[in-house]
Design a protein around this ligand. Sequence first.
Ligand code: SF4
Length: 156
Amino acid sequence: MIKDFVRKRSINVCLVNTGGCNGCDIEIVSCLAPRYDIEQYGIYVHNNPREADVLVVTGPVTGAWEKRLLEIYEKTPEPKIVIAVGACALSGGIFKEGHIHGPVDKVIPVDAKLPGCPPRPSEIISAVVSIAPDALAAKEKLLNQKLKEEKNKAKA
Ligand code: SF4
């Protein structure tokens, strides 16, 4: 409960590469560098789906990644917003003619799509920041619901 309260005003992003060339991931990692400093907006990037509000998914979803991506999606707590980043995640990109199980929206629900090969860090930050108010509102609603349930439990 305390952890939920502390995390209420921040957005935790889990980065998932489903078999791309890493170009998109390098741009996402650049968002953490001092030049862009995504943490100044209260956005934290890691690779733990259980702590994530937002999944940022890159790559075309290879055969080996289909089941793992679904598992990661299931492990992510609500509001679990998904942003597909890069041409590969959106349509298969350069892997389109290969043996892929994607794109991403074929495997899990996608809330926002960011094209580019790769998109620029500023575009990635804009995409994440644009969904932040909705994600925070959904988190607050869930937290209030949890608090209410715990109060009712304590009364009973
Ligand atoms: S969209 Fe381009 S940069 Fe991103 S993973 Fe695909 S090929 Fe690489």
